[in-house]
Ligand binder design. Structure first.
Ligand SMILES: Nc1ncnc2c1ncn2[C@@H]1O[C@H](COP(=O)(O)OP(=O)(O)OP(=O)(O)O)[C@@H](O)[C@H]1O
Ligand SMILES: [Mg+2]
Length: 164
């Protein structure tokens, strides 16, 4: 499956979906999150953190000002937010390539702010629909991403929700 789309009806559901991704992800995977302000990218990232077992003492919050937060977990979570990134060099300064090629899970909010394309196994676009509904469109760019999407789609809906 190259693309997969679903909707969530609440922040909890978006976190739940992120949690599944965090549970299934293999070390070294890069996931790009895009969508407008307030779409739910950080909310999804919080779910990924819980799926990776990031301790509550190290909560996943928006790295808008720091550009990068690293959280411990079953593997490290490298959480980037490029909203305020203007120069490609800044990304190099943050050690992006080393982290993205390393043994953690790299999650990038506002990757579309980069002038050049970042390589990722999975890209996720989050869009607001009516009220609290969000549409999440996942796209896989390689075999690992595809495997991850297959696992996500196969176990969703999860977290106890029953969705007609
Ligand atoms: N289904 C939903 N999924 C995710 N967030 C939702 C949903 N419904 C409502 N929300 C609300 O939308 C907001 C999403 O905020 P969040 O910080 O995750 O967005 P963001 O995309 O990271 O924004 P930014 O571009 O500022 O970083 C939160 O206030 C959350 O409670
Ligand atoms: Mg955010």
């Amino acid at each position: 499956m190259k693309n997969w789309q679903t909707t969530t009806a609440s922040p909890e559901e978006t976190r739940c979906l992120g949690g599944l991704l965090g549970e299934f992800a293999e070390a070294g995977i890069v996931v790009l999150l895009s969508g407008p302000l307030g779409a739910g990218k950080t909310c999804f990232a919080q779910g990924v953190g819980s799926g990776l077992g990031v301790p509550e003492s190290c909560p996943v919050t928006s790295p808008s000002y720091t550009l990068l937060n690293v959280h411990p977990g079953r593997m490290p979570l490298h959480h980037f937010d490029l909203y305020r990134l203007s120069m490609v060099d800044d990304l190099a300064d943050l050690g992006y390539d080393e982290l993205a090629e390393g043994e953690g899970l790299t999650l990038v909010e506002w990757a579309d702010r980069m002038t050049g394309e970042l390589y990722a196994s999975v890209s996720v676009l989050i869009e607001s629909l009516d009220g609290h509904s969000r549409r999440l469109t996942f796209e896989a760019s390689d075999a690992r991403g595809q495997e991850l999407l297959d696992q996500l789609a196969g176990s969703w809906p999860g977290c106890g929700q029953s969705r007609a």
